[in-house]
Ligand binder design. Sequence first.
Ligand code: UD1
Length: 421
Amino acid sequence: MKYLKIIGQEKISGEVKISGAKNAALPLIAATILAKNTIKIGNMPDVVDTNTFFKLLNNLGSTSKREKNTVTINTFDIKETKATYDIVKTMRASILVLGPLLARFGHCEVSLPGGCAIGQRPVDLHLKALEAMGASIEIKNGYIEAKCEKGLQGANIVFDKVTVGGTENTIMAAALAKGKSKIINAAKEPEIVQLCEVLKDAGLEIKGIGSSELTIIGTNKELLNFKDFDIIPDRIEAGTYLCAGAIANAKLTLTNVIPKHLSAVLAKLEEMNFKITKDKNSLTIYPTSFIKPANIITSEYPGFPTDMQAQFMALATQAQGTSVFDERLFENRYMHVSELVRMGADIHLNGNIASIHGKPGTLSATDVMATDLRASSALVLAALVAKGETNIHRIYHLDRGYEDLEGKLKLLGANVSRHNE
Ligand code: UD1
């Protein structure tokens, strides 16, 4: 196993290019199951999760070829419709093949994803939506067995709770269903907007893009003719580098970003006393004389993203005063707290409320354990300002979602290296 060694308190500055969004890429790779043609996808992040997703599709019979950040994929020869446990266990987002496989083939089996470090993460809402479209679903031997030999029927689907993955699965299923589907209380994340736009460009009739009510006229199993496209920039990677600039009190410029996707994150940084300037595709954060504490409630887009909560907690440890965080999306998304406390942070947890008593310059280096993707990035941020050498273990979590993290940090001047345990 590999670990990252970071020697803290090195001065960082400069420019960092943000990669394509992992969370946009995964549903879009799944969506290629709905295509009748070969598709070239650009700005594809080269991270473990996207590569695992291509492997999953290749196991089903697709062919794909990666050249750096461009991938060419053809799913026309897919015959196999079973997503097996060995892949699903490594990546819960594999559930995103359920909707498109079922819509195209009328049947499929997908290993039931288990819980994960940040919470139970059920998929009941995905299944309920597919059932509303006429699918019969059984859970057998740890697999979701979905059938609808006559083909899915358009339906009115009202989500009891906003779900990103559930909305994506339903959009992809509705695309090849017969007739009109309405998805009410749909998620509105930029990643969902891109999924809808790519499908629209492929000829799908879809209305309400970017709103919580989507209307889709299904093609009745007619496959779509995709155009080539580029993945949108990763707003969470961008937010993480903004926090790196903030915590290290550095001037950093991010390129290849869409600033409006980061509105909630930028507003919070400004509230914490950081100046940020925006251009069409770039953002610059400037050093500040002191960091103000902030209160954060995570919510669905366009609210403050749960995927940025851990990074802001690392930053809040350096504020002058107490910040209060309320994690509303996942029941167990504070795994980074005990590791930050081991580095000297003063954080108290009460259920899903965390009180962070910030004090600049108090973090000290030690060995810490990464527990999930974003928790790991919080530890990287803390290590950038901790005094001494921090070793972050289990960095495979980071490799799932951050493209070339060490390379990018090194270019900024950080002292980061990767080692074998
Ligand atoms: C996606 C993102 C993840 C992000 C999350 C919330 C990807 C690959 N992952 O995950 O990075 O943290 O959105 O922004 O895009 N829920 C149910 N039943 C369901 C589905 C979800 O109860 O059937 C609950 C979940 O447990 C959670 C909440 O709904 O409490 C939101 O989850 P959801 O939006 O579905 O997250 P993911 O799509 O898994």
